[in-house]
Design a protein around this ligand. Structure first.
Ligand code: G3P
Ligand code: MG
Length: 251
């Protein structure tokens, strides 16, 4: 069995790469995260019409590219023609949507641990996980690897096809029945939104042996307080800012 990815988790994870300073989920944002000292990144994974795993947050293309329509209704060849950087700034016009295969090569080169957040189209969860499986067969990944998803169906498919990869459950708010939900999804950690942080709940989750991660935390003092409260790691769009601030942190 592979080691538990959470054992390698640093306190700061670059959310969609260094997405506060470069177009999210692109090669530029990922390279910048590494340059800024991040040791792990989080990116979002979905599939093209021809079943290729690609790195993109939204179901729709409009916000983060010069295209329109749904990612899942375009073939990879069409997605690759889109400009995935100009929406952020003109200097990133050469950015292209990454396949998961390309991302794995890049993260291996940059020695970045990886949280792949599975963002399936509802109804296409098994295909999405299967596409990830194919990419991971093509490119053996040498760094720590963690899957996560808001989708229980995706997590269950991941458990079936890639049982050795550690899984985390994404939620907005911490559910009252968090333990049941974690058991149902067979997950080792809970990832929730900053606005729903609850110190008592975090204590209970940690005491039960599960990990906690919080998204998205861009204020350094806030990050420090969350980590002191027992959160294992925070996702941030500004890794350098948080890392600089936390360097003086007591161990
Ligand atoms: O995986 C943590 C976080 O990325 C979940 O929310 O919308 O940023 O993908 P979102
Ligand atoms: Mg995400």
């Amino acid at each position: 069995a592979s080691p538990d990815a959470y054992e390698y988790l640093p306190p700061v994870i670059a959310h969609r790469g260094a997405s506060g300073s470069a177009p999210e989920n692109t090669r530029a944002a990922i390279a910048l995260a590494a340059h800024q000292g991040a040791r792990w990144i989080e990116v979002d994974v979905t599939i093209s019409a021809d079943g290729i795993a690609v790195i993109h947050h939204d179901a729709d293309l409009a916000r983060c590219s010069d295209g329109s329509g749904l990612v899942i209704q375009k073939r990879l060849a069409e997605l690759k023609q889109l400009d995935a950087g100009s929406w952020y700034a003109a200097e990133f016009a050469q950015e292209r949507m990454l396949t998961l295969t390309e991302l794995l090569v890049l993260a291996n080169q940059l020695e970045l641990g990886l949280n792949l957040e599975i963002k399936p189209t509802i109804g296409r969860e098994p295909e999405t996980v299967w596409a990830m499986h194919k990419a991971l067969q093509q490119v053996p990944f040498e760094q720590a690897l963690l899957f996560s998803s808001f989708s229980i169906h995706a997590l269950q498919a991941a458990r079936r096809h890639l049982p050795h990869v550690t899984r985390g459950l994404n939620v907005e708010a911490i559910p009252a029945d968090w333990q049941h939900r974690l058991e149902e999804a067979d997950c080792a950690g809970l990832h929730f939104a900053r606005e729903f942080f609850d110190a008592q709940a975090v204590k209970a989750i940690r005491a039960a042996g599960y990990h906690c991660m919080v998204f998205t935390v861009n204020d350094p003092d806030d990050a420090r307080q969350l980590l002191q409260a027992g959160v294992d790691a925070v996702f941030t769009d500004f890794p350098q800012r948080l890392l600089q601030h936390l360097q003086g942190r007591a161990p």
